[in-house]
Write a protein that binds this ligand. Structure first.
Ligand SMILES: [Zn+2]
Ligand SMILES: [Zn+2]
Length: 466
């Protein structure tokens, strides 16, 4: 477990050489590269067949200079001492593609989708664009991590919307060797509220950002952290009892950016102004939403005119409609399907149609739905009011702000996940025959094997999350 920098020192090498030559040295540090989550690579390979830019292939992560530890690598002591690799997961891209090709009509739909997109094909990497790092709610799963959305404003500036547990790992999977550059570009983070699925990845992100800046030789500068003031209690405790963290950020209380904020008491105007300058934004607003105490949504306008609105977690909320008015892109949570309205009210979340309704009220150019309940691990149920202004997000999906492409992918997506959709429809019917009510979470997933297995066994289960 020795960091690479220590491993390379003569002193450490000498120490290692003092062991007998029969000793096996297992190295487990930041240079280890291993796939532990085959399911996430599989879904991404298959989505990539539909659109290679919107669903980019995952990177094989950091380079491997040597034989290093791998997930599920075993060392047997008896009867024969040997390394065993039989359980080490491997990704067979061809196999994943073959499996998708065998789904009835899938290749035909992909071809139709390609032909319809040809005339509209534009540059894939233009700015601004949004990378969805986590699109699930409550607990991290293999195909959907918890909340995290990266807005790449320009080639040098990014803003992160929420930072659930595992957000740094998702960045590694998405950017591979270029993860340090991606981290170094993040100059502002917005945390919507203090449920674990929205903020517990923050400390790791801040530490890794500092490491990345040092690694790239860029002078350290704190990140602008727009978050409820209550986050300081958590960060302060970490700072006091674990390691120093408070110098990593400059806090701007979310409440101070609400329209009705008491300017004299709250507005940290200089921090706000310097955040706006750094990120080339003209305006950054927040509002209280209908979820838990101190939950906020935000909207921001770029100097070039585009506007993004992000709901965090909320039931339909008029204050959010107000600050998100005429957004170029609305990212709205759609935790549950329409039929589970009662549960949505109880947990203070939105259904698919409610989220779309908010986008219509806002007159948003485009509505991206996210934060799906993990019962929709692969794909959520489509509701009737899906129009050509609505898209659903997937982890690692990359979309530009001005897009007409996404609705054209719907037919191919529905074909790829036909089996899952059918199962969910069946459940819906079963529920309505039983006269409504709730079904156990993740039934649809559980039926298909380990889909319901959490991605990380981290703290989020112990903390309040939703
Ligand atoms: Zn929540
Ligand atoms: Zn949530």
């Amino acid at each position: 477990m020795t960091p690479e920098s220590v491993l390379k020192t003569d002193q450490y090498k000498e120490w290692m050489e003092r062991f007998p030559s029969s000793t096996e040295h297992l190295i487990l540090n930041e240079h280890v590269s291993t796939v532990h989550n085959v399911r996430s690579h599989k879904i991404q390979t298959q989505l990539n067949m539909i659109h290679p830019h919107i669903f980019p292939l995952l990177r094989a992560a950091l380079h491997v200079p040597n034989v290093r530890a791998e997930c599920l690598l075993k060392f047997q002591l008896r009867p024969v001492m040997e390394w065993q690799r039989d359980a080490v997961p491997s990704c067979n891209t061809e196999e994943f593609m073959k499996e998708a090709s065998e789904i009835p009509n899938f290749l035909e739909e992909v071809e139709k989708c390609r032909t319809s997109l040809l005339p509209a094909a534009g540059p894939a990497d233009g700015f601004p664009h949004v990378v969805f790092l986590g699109t699930g709610s409550a607990i991290p799963m293999k195909t959907r991590n918890v909340s995290g959305t990266l807005v790449n404003i320009s080639s040098s500036q990014s803003l992160l919307l929420d930072c659930g547990e595992g957000t740094f790992s998702q960045l590694c999977r998405h950017y591979g060797d270029a993860v340090d550059q991606a981290l170094s570009r993040i100059s502002a983070v917005f945390i919507s509220h203090l449920h674990a699925d929205h903020h517990t990845g923050l400390i790791k992100l801040l530490q890794q950002r500092q490491r990345a800046l040092a690694n790239l030789g860029i002078p350290f500068n704190p990140v602008y952290l727009v978050a409820p003031v209550q986050i300081l209690a958590w960060l302060g405790q970490y700072h006091d009892f674990c390691e120093e963290i408070l110098h990593h950020f400059s806090h701007i209380p979310s409440r101070s950016l609400c329209d009705d904020a008491d300017v004299s008491k709250l507005k940290p105007d200089s921090s706000l102004q310097s955040m706006l300058r750094t990120t080339s934004l003209q305006q950054f607003r927040t509002c209280l939403v209908r979820h838990c105490k101190n939950a906020f949504a935000c909207s921001f306008v770029h100097q070039s005119g585009w506007k993004l609105a992000f709901s965090g977690d909320t039931m339909p909320c008029d204050a959010f409609v107000h600050i998100g008015n005429e957004a170029t892109l609305l990212i709205h949570e759609a935790t549950l399907e329409d039929e589970l309205l009662e549960q949505a009210v109880e947990k203070r979340h939105s259904t698919t149609s409610q989220a779309i309704g908010i986008g219509m009220k806002m007159n948003a150019d485009f509505i991206m739905l996210n934060h799906f309940s993990q019962r929709y691990a692969k794909i959520p149920l489509f509701s009737e009011d899906f129009s050509d202004k609505v898209g659903i997000s997937f982890d690692h999906m990359k979309v530009r702000l001005y897009f007409k492409t996404l609705p054209k992918l719907t037919a191919a997506l529905k074909t790829l996940f036909a089996e899952e959709l059918e199962e969910m429809e069946e459940q819906r019917e079963l529920r309505s025959r039983r006269g409504g009510g709730c079904s156990p979470v993740m039934q649809a997933g559980a039926k298909r094997g380990q889909q319901g297995a959490p991605l990380h066994s981290g703290d989020s289960k112990r903390l309040k999350s939703s």
